[in-house]
Design a protein around this ligand. Structure first.
Ligand code: B12
Ligand code: SF4
Length: 462
């Protein structure tokens, strides 16, 4: 049996080096995890459209496509294409889990939730000619995600990623920020046994690895156990964490000892009112300075993310944020637009208030204005967002932020130069032009869309 696994092209985070395309991010684990759970007699080919062209004429008995929201339309187009060629298609991933009613229209089968148990079951059904329309996998009673085999990283083109050695220790997050897909899709916080994670780390080829956990220290005791076990491996690593780690000295010391070199923090805003509004009150702007200083003292680079478009934001927010980013001396800043991903609290609220301007998933990459902001126009929001990027990544600003810092200059230089290139794309590429004013072809009619978002009653009909 021949299985073709596909991740649609996500368009962002790409660096074109002549004909060679490289993702400036980590290797995704979504499909190579499932590939590891596929029986050895199945011949698997895995293509990530973000780094290689998708072979639309490939010979396959089954096609499996992984969907995040921003890639849903192109994933559906691919699914329709392969089905028209007579090849059955399975869809899964976060977007399918949120909107199964939409996804099922483009698939022979869908997987809602995780795939570790559903996928082998689905393959066995397919082999026996009994493929079901819907497979579901949700909660695990004890919160332990055990017996996940090491991902088949060998199926991805290693040179296609800046960070090819990805590892995952936990899944989900205990917090519920109003814009975040994670609590909407994965309500349980799951931990993998530390021994399994250490085994996966030992199998990485490079010295540097990255955790794709959305909040690596969400359970501090677990994180400490993991970091202690990592010390003898002498690896260097990066990941994502929340600002509240600033208050745990033992954790901070273990971060350093385990080889942490880089952490991404979702600061989101420097306004307490905003943070409380979006259910991120655990971020305290007064902690930002101490956090960044502590990270620098520990030799850890900070990627700091801020979001524009909150209800309390005005046209003055952009300059204030850029000044704060510079004053904090964030090593690698990043900006996003407030985006109501389906399934989230934010989506429900803005939909109710009639403030969602685009229901076209192509725009859901946090780089397009898809909402009517409360205190400015969409145009002002988009202009301010682009301005903030341009100001932040001017050579003079980068140099001023970096001056005197001795830590991780290679990581910081690479990160800043990558974002400088991204700023050029933001200003030049047609896909980033005036998105809010275009009635885009292919936008699902709002009525169907609403039903798909809120009612699951139709997910079994085809
Ligand atoms: C790597 C990654 C990426 C990669 C690839 C994403 C992908 N999987 O296609 C890239 C770099 C492209 C990316 C980009 C972005 N990402 Co991203 N990314 C991740 C990250 C960190 C890891 C994904 C992963 O490997 N997970 C581990 C695997 C094991 O879990 P999984 O993917 O959920 O897969 C399981 C199930 O879903 C299921 N499954 C998944 N696919 C399939 C397919 C089939 C056929 C089956 C049967 C089952 C199945 O089985 C798997 C095992 O249980 C996640 C956060 C996270 N930790 O999950 C965010 C995440 C997926 N990204 C997110 C976001 C918001 C973005 C960006 C907007 C960020 C940005 N501003 O740059 C862009 C979007 C770009 C665009 N054009 O849309 C959101 C998703 C929001 C949404 N509703 O789509 C997430 C959940 C992070 C978050 N905090 O909300 N991202
Ligand atoms: S802390 Fe991060 S991962 Fe957790 S809900 Fe908030 S934004 Fe999502």
């Amino acid at each position: 049996m021949k299985l073709l696994m596909i991740m649609p092209d996500a368009h962002m985070h790409k660096l074109h080096l002549g004909p060679h395309v490289r993702s400036m991010r980590e290797m995704p684990l979504s499909l190579c995890t499932l590939a590891a759970l596929t029986p050895p007699e199945v011949k698997v080919r895995l293509v990530d459209g973000s780094v290689d062209p998708i072979p639309r004429d490939a010979d396959a008995d089954l096609v499996a496509i992984s969907l995040i929201t921003g890639c849903a339309n192109s994933g559906y187009e691919l699914a329709d294409h392969f089905r028209a060629r007579g090849i059955p298609v399975v869809l899964g991933g976060v977007h399918v889990t949120i909107l199964p009613g939409e996804a099922i229209r483009h698939a022979d089968a869908i997987v809602i939730g995780r795939g570790e148990q559903a996928w082998p079951r689905l393959l066995e059904d397919f082999r026996r000619g009994r493929l079901q329309r819907v497979y579901e996998e949700h909660a695990i009673g004890d919160g332990v995600l055990a017996q996940v085999p090491p991902p088949r990283r060998d199926l991805h083109r290693r040179s296609g990623y800046m960070l090819p050695d990805t590892v995952q220790a936990t899944r989900g997050c205990k917090k519920v920020c109003d814009f975040c897909t994670v609590p909407a899709v994965w309500p349980d916080f799951l931990k993998r046994p530390v021994a399994d994670v250490i085994r996966d780390i030992r199998l990485t080829r490079g010295r540097y690895l990255v955790f794709n956990d959305v909040s690596i220290a969400e359970d501090p005791d677990y994180a400490k156990e993991l970091f202690r076990a990592m010390i003898p491996l002498k690896k260097q690593w990066g990941g994502l964490a929340t600002v509240d780690i600033a208050h745990d000295p033992e954790l901070l010391e273990l971060l350093r000892a385990s080889g942490c070199r880089y952490l991404l923090f979702g600061f989101e805003s420097d306004s307490r009112t905003v943070l409380q509004d979006i259910r991120k009150g655990f971020n305290k702007p007064v902690d930002y300075d101490i956090l960044v200083r502590t990270m620098h003292d520990l030799g850890i680079s900070v990627q700091g993310c801020f979001v524009f478009g909150f209800d309390h934001d005005t046209t003055e927010t952009f300059q204030r944020t850029v000044e704060r980013v510079n004053a904090l001396r964030i090593d690698i800043p990043r900006y996003s637009l407030y985006t109501p991903y389906p399934g989230t609290e934010l989506f429900r609220r803005l939909h109710r208030e009639g403030r969602i301007l685009s229901y076209n998933w192509d725009d859901y990459d946090t780089m397009h204005v898809v909402i009517q902001p409360a205190r400015m126009t969409p145009e002002e929001l988009y202009r301010g967002f682009k301005w903030a990027y341009r100001e932040t990544f001017k050579i003079g600003s980068i140099v001023r932020r970096m001056r005197g810092l001795t830590t991780n200059s290679a990581i910081n230089a690479l990160g800043n130069l990558t974002y400088r290139r991204f700023v050029r794309r933001l200003y030049r590429e047609p896909r980033f032009a005036q998105p809010w004013s275009v009635a885009r072809p292919g936008s699902p009619p709002q009525e169907n869309w609403y039903r798909a978002a809120f009612g699951r009653e139709d997910f079994r009909c085809g």
